[in-house]
Structure formats: C-alpha cells, structure tokens
Design a protein around this ligand. Structure first.
Ligand SMILES: Cc1ncc(COP(=O)(O)O)c(C=O)c1O
Length: 390
C-alpha cells in the first residue's frame, strides 16, 4: 500500500544517509551531525536518584509539563530572554519532547492545507519537512551573501496564504547570528501583516567574537504573535533526553494541548526531572564548555583558511557550523560521499538545506574532541583539494 501523497512530498532526512556511509567506512571522523561533545551536568542526573520508586512517578503527568520544569523555564525566559510567561502575560509555556516537536506542534496548530510558511534559505531541514507534513507549503526567502536575513525578500515572499515566517538564530546550517535589527524588522513585519513569527533559539548560548543573541519574543506586544522555541539538546548535552520548550500566544494553547496530548501526552517525566537539574546548573554550564568549543572553532577556521583557493567561508559567529561555498559546479552530495569513502571525513551536502544552486557543504564542529579536530580538518582540507582538482 502506498504512503500518503503528503508524505511522498517530504524530503528524506540526510543524516541517516550520511550515517550509513559512515557505517560502511569505519574510522570516519564526523563533521556531520549537529551535536555537542559533552553530556548533561551532574545536577541533571542527580535528579534521577530514586525516580520510579513511587507509583506516582510512573503515571502520566500534565500535558504542558511538570510544574517544577514549567517554573524553571519560566524563570529562565524572564531573566535571560526577557520573555514573560506568567499569567496575564498573554503567553503560555509548553514543555515539549525537544525543539523539533515544538516546531511540529506550531505547524499543526496554525496551518490549514495549502497555507504558506516563509523560511529563509538555507533552512534547517526538519523545519521544511514539518511544514510539508502539516500540509503547508514552504516559500523560500534567500538570505544574503553573508547568510544574513533580508527582511525585504521575506516581505516579497508573503502572499494571502502566508501564516508564518520562521527564523533561526544562531542559525543551522550557516552559523550566522542574525542582527537584532533584522529580527526586529521581521517581527514587526509579522505584526503588521497578521502573521506568526516563529523563532528557534536552540543555539542561543553558542555565540562567539562578541556576537549577541536576541529574542524577538521580548519585544513589547510580540507575545500575541511570536512563537519562541527552545531546546536543552545543545546547551546541556541533552540530545537523547528530548526536552525542549515553546512559548506560544495564549490563544494557541488549546490547539497545542490537543496536539501534544494526542502525540505525546507529556514529555517523558524522567527527562523533565533531569531538565529541572539542567536549568539549575544553568547557562554557566554551557559557558564552561563554550571555552573549549571556542578553541575548537579557532582551529577549524585556521584549517579552513587552507581552502581559500577552492571555497569561501562566510562569517559565522554562532552555533557550531560553517557552511562552505565551493567554487565548483559539481554535486555537493557526490562530493560529500567521496569525502567519506575516500578521505574518512563526513560533512553534510547543502542540498539538504534547500540550496539548489551552487555547491555547499556544512561542517559541524560541536562534537569534535580536541584530539580529533586536527585530524578531521586535515582530512577535509586534503580531501576537498584532491576532489576539486580532479
Ligand atoms: C535549529 C534547530 N532547531 C531544533 C533542533 C532540534 O532540537 P531538539 O533536539 O530539541 O529537537 C536542531 C537540531 O539540530 C536545530 O538545529
């Protein structure tokens, strides 16, 4: 029996394809998946002691999250992001099983079939996939040569069917940190045109060289139409624990409750408890690791300088990605496969991020151990030079 037409239209995720190449080539160093090299803080695992002993631990809990975690997120948003979620603020907070789930919840809550969502390109592929899965249509608004937002292009992409504009900063796949001015411009555009502004802040702490993270949900009045998405996956080494959080306009709460109750009922309670411990350790935990990551980033940049003849590397002050623009008209997918098979290093081809023109490769350095950086980058630089000179 065939799958639905809707699902046939959804691109296949690239990560499992690259993972299969890696499996076939043992010893490959992965600059592929966007994960960090560290795990959760001890405060998170300490919360698990004795969990399950009480019968009550094993029951379903509130759809929107356990009160302790809801409160901890609420405090964090107020203190760090300037986003208010208390009663009367106009916003509601929902704990999700990760940032991806928050995005899917948002799509199911706001889209009718054929509605459009404007996404700057290059995009985070799961966002594009989620829009299509929710029977929506993605309309792309390319970013500029520095991978920055162009609000005029976003405005030009709007139609009578547009329901939302999506931004991700710091960005996956480019590592760009969008300027406060451009995020304010997009948020204001959404206000004027009656659209939702969905902003993904999964990498909020991952900024370098003086770049500053900005949360559009903090703009006065923005709570009526702004959906802010957060995740513990990156900052707290929490990818497998599946905890995120969405801040939504109050009027969407009923819809999001229905969706989450049907798909998940509640985020795994054991992970929510660990999440309380993670937020107790707080931003300082990530900042400690960020010092090491900043060193890794410098080494990656130094190595990439050796590729000046074959590619450009746009400025990227955030997340843990660089999106290389290769001076080649060859297929990025083919080059990525050759890099794994012949040079033992994995990167992600740009096609996965909606880049049909040009030849792009995403380099992720978050998971590199200091010992593997030099070797991984050496393989990438040597491999690319060889492949592109053929
Ligand atoms: C922009 C962005 N949002 C969300 C996610 C997924 O986060 P989570 O693990 O919380 O679902 C990722 C993971 O790579 C991401 O890059």
């Amino acid at each position: 029996m065939p799958e639905s037409q809707r699902m046939r239209a959804v691109q296949s995720p690239i990560i499992p394809i690259v993972a299969e190449w890696i499996r076939q080539c043992p010893g490959t160093i992965s600059l592929g998946q966007g994960v960090v090299s560290y795990g959760p803080p001890p405060e998170a695992t300490a919360r698990l002691q004795g969990f399950g002993a009480s019968i009550d631990d094993n029951k379903y809990k509130a759809v929107v999250g356990i009160p302790e975690l809801v409160e901890a997120f609420g405090r964090k948003f107020q203190q760090e992001n300037g986003i208010l979620t208390a009663d009367g603020s106009g916003s509601s907070l929902v704990v999700t099983a990760g940032g991806n789930m928050g995005f899917m919840n948002a799509m199911l809550a706001i889209l009718d079939p054929g509605d459009e969502v404007v996404i700057p390109a290059p995009y985070y592929f799961n966002h594009e996939m989620a829009v299509t899965m929710a029977s929506g249509r993605v309309v792309l608004a390319p970013t500029d040569d520095n991978d920055q937002l162009v609000p005029e292009r976003i405005e030009a992409a709007l139609s009578s069917r547009t329901r939302a504009v999506v931004t991700v900063s710091p960005n996956n796949p480019t590592g760009a940190v969008y300027t406060e001015a451009s995020l304010r411009a997009v948020n204001d555009l959404c206000r004027r045109r009656g659209l939702y502004h969905i902003h993904d802040e999964a990498y909020e702490y991952f900024v370098y060289d003086g770049a500053v993270h900005f949360s559009p949900g903090s703009i006065p009045g923005a709570s009526r139409y702004t959906i802010s998405l957060f995740s513990l996956s990156k900052a707290y080494g929490f990818a497998s624990w599946r905890i995120g959080c969405m801040v939504i306009p109050e009027e969407l709460l009923q819809a999001v409750r229905k969706i989450q109750d049907t798909i998940l009922i509640c985020a795994p309670v054991v992970s929510q408890l660990a999440g309380v411990g993670a937020l107790q350790a707080g931003k300082a935990y990530c900042e400690g690791h960020l010092r090491t990551l900043t060193g890794t980033r410098s080494l990656v940049l130094q190595a990439l300088a050796g590729l000046a003849d074959v590619c450009t590397v746009p400025r990227a002050d955030g997340a843990f990605y660089f999106l290389l623009r290769l001076r080649s008209d060859r297929s990025a997918l083919e080059i990525a496969e050759q890099l794994v098979r012949n040079h033992g290093v994995a990167v992600i081809p740009g096609n996965a991020f909606g880049l049909e023109k040009g030849c792009h490769l995403r380099v992720a350095y978050g998971a590199l151990q200091p010992a593997t950086v030099a070797e991984g980058m050496e393989r990438l630089v040597t491999g690319l030079k060889k492949i592109l000179c053929l």
